[in-house]
Ligand binder design. Structure first.
Ligand code: NAP
Length: 325
């Protein structure tokens, strides 16, 4: 998390504490609407990712933690990185307890190219990676004309530069060694596709990562390296909610109304998509970004002016029916 104003963090923490049952914070699997657990058990063979070595940047918290959890359950060998060693250690301990699998941690600030190279050397010493997940991110909610250059650089540094440094560091090692069947998957945001007011540096950075995903699909495809991305909608995490959901945005009930499926995403839903995309089952998916947002992105364009009508009663519809003259 970068440059987050303290007041925003406090208010958002209040929001999380007071959030209603519908929008449960799902740090780990939580079948909030009754189907999560079955999904978790049913979707894949339990050795789907056996033998795969995966680095999840920002894997100590939120969605990175949830993806790491799922990868471990499916037999992968997982490494997580982030800047806070205590967070990484605690997560590793919890994930080992929850899944019975060992997990490695590396402290690394992905904004620093030398640190990224050192992390990759350390990982490679043990065994080369098969999959890189660019998940680490920072975010600031503010009017763009009031953002300092430091704040802009911080977001671009983590998301745009960090993803590029990690991707190139892994890709170069794979290409130099002639290794094939490798994957780079990046976690984007809807703003990468549509833009977004008040989170402009993030939208710019994620759009850049999307351009990298599409470009490298072509450049590295012949080398046996494929690229893909996930575009998540709203998945409650402490990080995202503390930065982006001050109560002035209208609270959780208002938020859920903007999603056609009328609920936020469950972490397992995103983790299952991630597991599929990095697996050999998705071997022909290259250069694409998959949206998982309960249909929220579709409710912008042509449907914008009809949003409030979604909850109309029969009586309201009856009232506007053309009357016989
Ligand atoms: P999060 O819990 O705050 O995760 C961000 C992670 O990135 C943290 O573990 C953080 O660890 C790490 N990180 C930040 N700066 C770093 C740096 N310089 N070097 C290395 N690691 C760094 O937030 P999240 O909600 O799970 O978000 C995960 C991903 O999903 C992000 O890419 C986000 O843009 C995307 N996403 C989330 C949502 C959502 O609703 N949650 C929606 C759309 C997209 P340290 O602070 O210890 O470094």
């Amino acid at each position: 998390m970068v440059a987050t104003a303290r007041w925003a963090t406090r208010r958002a923490a209040d929001l999380i504490r007071s959030s209603t049952a519908d929008v449960a914070l799902t740090r780990t699997w939580k079948p909030a609407s009754g189907h999560g657990q079955e999904l978790k058990d049913a979707v894949f063979q339990l050795d789907l990712l056996k033998g795969k070595r995966i680095l999840v940047t920002g894997g100590g918290t939120g969605l990175g933690r949830s993806m790491s959890h799922r990868f471990l359950e499916l037999g992968a060998n997982v490494v997580i990185c982030g800047r806070r060693e205590d967070v990484l250690e605690q997560t590793a301990e919890e994930l080992t307890k929850e899944t019975g699998a060992e997990i490695e941690t590396v402290r690394c600030d992905v904004r620093l190219p030398d640190a990224v190279e050192a992390m990759m050397d350390r990982i490679w010493q043990k065994r080369p990676l098969d999959i890189l997940v660019n998940n680490a991110a920072g975010q600031i909610l503010a009017p763009t004309h009031k953002m300092s250059s430091r704040a802009i650089d911080a977001v671009l540094g983590i998301v745009l530069h960090g993803s590029a440094y990690c991707t190139v560091a892994a890709g170069r090692r794979w290409i130099d060694a002639g290794e094939r069947n490798k994957v780079v998957m990046s976690i984007l945001t809807v703003s990468a596709l549509l833009g977004a007011p008040f989170t402009v540096p993030s939208a710019m950075a994620k759009a850049g990562v999307l351009a990298m995903t599409k470009s490298l699909a072509v450049e590295w495809g012949p080398r046996g390296i494929r690229t893909c991305a996930i575009v998540p909608g709203l998945f409650p995490t402490e990080g995202a909610w503390s930065r982006l959901m001050p109560k002035e945005r209208g609270g959780d009930e208002e938020l859920v109304k903007t999603i056609p499926l009328r609920r936020v995403g469950e972490h397992i839903e995103l983790a299952n998509l991630a597991a599929f995309l990095v697996s050999d089952g998705a071997a022909y998916i290259n250069g694409d970004a998959v949206v998982i947002d309960g249909g929220k992105m579709q409710s912008g364009g042509g449907g914008a002016s009809t949003q409030s009508m979604l909850d109309w009663t029969d009586e309201q519809w009856e009232a506007i029916r053309p009357k016989k003259k």
